[in-house]
Design a protein around this ligand. Structure first.
Ligand code: KG4
Ligand code: ZN
Length: 345
């Protein structure tokens, strides 16, 4: 089943062609260079960049399907599009394009929640069908991105239950904001990771909000505020000398909060099949810590198998769409296709 999928939820214009779980092409046009100088994503610029690139990215995705045979829209069985959550003006570009193609080529549209895309990213395969992972429900999914931090039970295909989510900032956002405070640019996660490797994670013990509460929600805004006042009270030269230590102990606090709730969720649900996905999982140290925790509980963990699947991409949307199509989930009225933020069906 060939699916052409689109994700324009934030600052990546991405289009993919997938066949079941197999990724045939996954084009990702990043807008980082456009937003970098503003220290974060500027909605109006994101919208314009998506509009300018979407047609071209679709062509590239189709062209790169086979070694020799360019795939055409006529050969595509279904279209899939991210309908939320994300930046409204950005999402609308992808949705409008999907509607336009659906009408022109008489195709059905499969609507996909961005976070269910991140969940399915763990099951992606290359065009040869590797890695050969079998589904083994239920899973506990930890989703950590720039806009979301969630713990979800993935009960069966297209069947989710949210156990907890952030009550304020997302973990990626917390990393981005700290990097901005230190003048390190955008996005902050990768820079913090690089510096943190060279620093002492126990240089300063930043707070771990909600760590003692028995619910599975996250909170990062108190930590961010505490970081702000801590560096404000440091002399400029102290800050410069301790840049690695600051990055390392802040990152440690963010990751501790994630791990603490993941462990609590394992204990509360008894589920030991773990999935962890989203942009922040690109961080090697976080993946190592999660692996250690899951091993301690004698469980198994899956991460996205390829590097390009951590951040936003359309292939993960296409894979989720495949399982939705098998259940007959299509947009009934294209004109009414709208943004819908929650991951529950
Ligand atoms: O999933 P994603 O690409 O977009 C959203 O759906 O939000 O996640 C982006 C987030 C950003 O906050 C970025 O700083 C973070 O992922 N990130 C990282 C790393 N690479 C990207 N965080 C920590 N370490 C990294 N290596
Ligand atoms: Zn994302």
């Amino acid at each position: 089943m060939l699916i052409l999928s689109i994700d324009t939820s934030c600052d990546e214009t991405s289009v993919a062609v997938t066949d079941g779980r197999k990724i045939l092409s996954n084009e990702i046009y990043s807008q980082i260079l456009i937003h970098k100088k503003w220290g974060g994503v500027v909605p109006s610029l994101a919208k314009r960049a998506h509009e300018e690139r979407i047609g071209w990215v679709i062509e590239e995705a189709l062209k790169n399907v086979g070694n020799r045979h360019a795939c055409s829209l006529q050969n595509i069985n279904y279209l899939a599009v991210t309908y939320g959550p994300g930046l409204a003006v950005a999402l609308e570009v992808g949705i409008a394009k999907a509607k336009e193609m659906a009408e022109k080529y008489h195709k059905k549209i499969i609507p996909v929640n961005h976070m269910e895309g991140h969940i399915y990213s763990c099951f992606a395969q290359n065009r040869n069908g590797n890695p050969k992972i079998e589904f083994n429900f239920p899973y506990l999914a930890l989703l950590v991105s720039g806009g979301h931090t969630e713990l979800v039970i993935f009960k069966d295909h297209v069947n989710y239950q949210i156990l907890g989510e952030t009550i304020d900032d997302a973990a990626g956002e917390a990393l981005d904001k700290a990097a901005k405070m230190l003048g390190l640019g955008y996005p902050g996660g990768p820079v913090i990771e690089r510096l943190a490797k060279l620093g002492n994670p126990h240089y300063h013990e930043f707070p771990r909000p909600l760590i003692r509460s028995k619910n599975l929600n996250f909170s990062f805004s108190g930590l961010k505020t505490s970081f702000f006042y801590y560096i404000k009270n440091l002399k400029e030269e102290e800050r410069v000398i301790n840049l690695n230590n600051l990055a390392s102990s802040y990152q440690e606090a963010v990751f501790d909060s994630l791990l603490n709730k993941l462990e609590l969720a394992i204990k509360q649900t008894g589920i030991k099949n773990i999935l962890a996905a989203g942009g922040v999982l690109a961080n090697l140290s976080l993946r190592r810590k999660i692996r250690q925790l899951v091993n301690k509980h004698k469980g198994k963990v899956l991460f996205p198998p390829f590097k390009t699947l951590y951040g936003d991409n359309a292939a993960m949307i296409g894979i989720a769409a495949y399982y939705k199509a098998k259940k007959g989930i299509f947009v009934k009225d294209v004109e009414r296709l709208d943004r819908l933020p929650r991951l529950c069906l």
